[in-house]
Structures are given as structure tokens and as C-alpha cells.
Design a protein around this ligand. Structure first.
Ligand code: GRF
Length: 235
């Protein structure tokens, strides 16, 4: 596979643990010269967020942004650093309109359920999995989507079904979903950064993995999931 001639400068926003941030850093590291981007900036709304510690440990600039910087100054923070793609990884704040508009087609989010169900304002963390369990749904799974002006509404890029077991707790379901996020999200980020996955002017996404391969997924089949994603999104 050809080595990219230029890599994207990627910013990751995270409010919490940063396990998806870590998965993205690790995936880019594993890709080596084939990687389409470098995480060069990690921002959080919480000074003590473990995601910031993960960034520090990886030698990446990590900043806790105060309310003023998050609202009015975010676009400038990104411009100053030459950021080309923004990755939301468990970021709980609404992204300002000017940033959404400037990064249309260049900003993605991961949500821990199959949108458009179980999403929207206030649907994050354990609340999502609680709602899935309360609904009686037999399938959940992560959704990766482009970000637009409304929480969890942007064009869907990729989803992967994860079974809901009859005896699932919020914790067991969350663990099953996030394990798939760690496989899916870094690969989608790579594919978006290298332009393989795109948001068209008509609002449609091109270059996405086909859903047929998702239908074959069964519990514990993470190796096949990874192979299938690598086949379609490239490494
Ligand atoms: C993930 O479940 C993701 O779907 C949601 O927030 C969580 C972030 O987890 N948007 P982590 O901070 O990456 O561990």
C-alpha cells in the first residue's frame, strides 16, 4: 500500500477515560508510515480527565479548555495548530457552530448505540446502555458519524451490531460495545483522514464498509470483525 504523502493533523476531544483516544493513538502507531494522521492535540473540558494523562504519556499536547476557550475560541485553537480533522471521543460538550461548519466532513464522533435510536441531548455514558436494556432491544453497538449541528444526528459512517445478552447489566453491555468501538473507530478515523470515507455535498457518505459483513457478527467474533474492517477500510 502506498505511503501517504501528507498526514492529517488530528485533534481529539475527550471528557473522560480516553480509551478510544488510546485506541486511535495505538492504531496510528501500528500503521507506522502508512498512517493517514497524527494525533497532535488533545483537548478536554475536565482538567483531571484521564484522557489528558494518556495524551501526555504519548507525548501529545494536552489541554484542559475553560468555558470561554470552548465556546468562542475553539476554532482559533484548532487553526493555530493547523488541525485538519477533529475526533470526538467521549466529549460531552456541544461543539460551537463555527467549528462544526468549518470542519464539516472532517469531524467525527462515536456513540455507544445504534443511532438514530438511543441518542441525542443527555444520552451519554451509562444512560445509553440503560435505555437500550430498558427497551428490550436485542442488538446494540457503536455508531460512528460525521458531526453536524445537532447531538448524534450527523451522517452515519459505520455501525457494528453487538448482541444484547438476556442477563446483561449496564456494565457488561458497555464493555462489549466499547471493545468494538476500539476496533471500529480508529479504522474509520484513518479512512476519513486519508479521504477514503467522505461526506458528499449531498450529505451522503461514500466509502463506508458494507453492512453485509456486519450481519455475520456474533459475540466474541472480534478477530473476524477486525479482518473485515481492515479489508474494507484499509490499514
Ligand atoms: C464511549 O463509549 C463512546 O461511545 C462515547 O463515550 C465513551 C468514551 O469512552 N461517546 P472513552 O473515554 O473513550 O473510554
Amino acid at each position: 500500500m502506498a505511503v501517504p504523502t501528507s498526514r492529517s493533523r488530528v485533534a481529539v476531544f475527550a471528557s473522560g477515560g480516553g480509551s478510544n483516544l488510546q485506541a486511535i493513538i495505538d492504531h496510528f502507531t501500528a500503521l507506522g508510515p502508512q498512517r493517514s494522521g497524527d494525533v497532535v492535540f488533545v483537548a478536554s473540558d475536565r482538567a483531571g480527565a484521564p484522557a489528558l494523562h494518556r495524551a501526555h504519556a504519548a507525548g501529545i499536547e494536552a489541554v484542559a479548555l475553560n468555558a470561554k476557550a470552548r465556546a468562542g475560541g475553539l476554532l482559533q485553537e484548532l487553526a493555530t495548530r493547523g488541525i485538519m480533522h477533529v475526533v470526538l471521543a467521549g466529549y460531552l460538550q456541544l461543539i460551537p457552530l463555527d467549528v462544526v461548519q468549518s470542519f464539516r466532513g472532517r469531524m467525527v464522533n462515536v456513540h455507544p448505540a445504534l443511532l438514530p435510536s438511543f441518542g441525542g441531548l443527555g444520552m451519554y455514558g451509562e444512560r445509553v446502555h440503560s435505555a437500550v436494556l430498558a427497551s428490550g432491544a436485542r442488538v446494540s453497538g457503536p455508531t460512528v458519524h460525521f458531526v453536524d449541528e445537532v447531538y448524534d444526528r450527523g451522517a452515519i459512517i459505520a455501525q457494528w451490531p453487538v448482541p444484547v445478552a438476556p442477563n446483561d447489566s449496564v456494565a457488561s453491555l458497555a464493555a462489549r460495545v466499547v471493545a468494538v468501538e476500539h476496533l471500529l473507530y480508529p479504522r474509520v478515523v484513518h479512512a476519513v483522514c486519508c479521504g477514503r470515507i467522505r461526506l458528499g455535498d449531498d450529505g451522503r457518505v461514500t466509502g463506508v464498509p458494507p453492512l453485509e459483513s456486519a450481519a455475520a457478527f456474533s459475540m466474541g467474533d472480534y478477530v473476524r470483525l477486525r479482518q473485515s474492517l481492515d479489508q474494507w477500510l484499509g490499514t
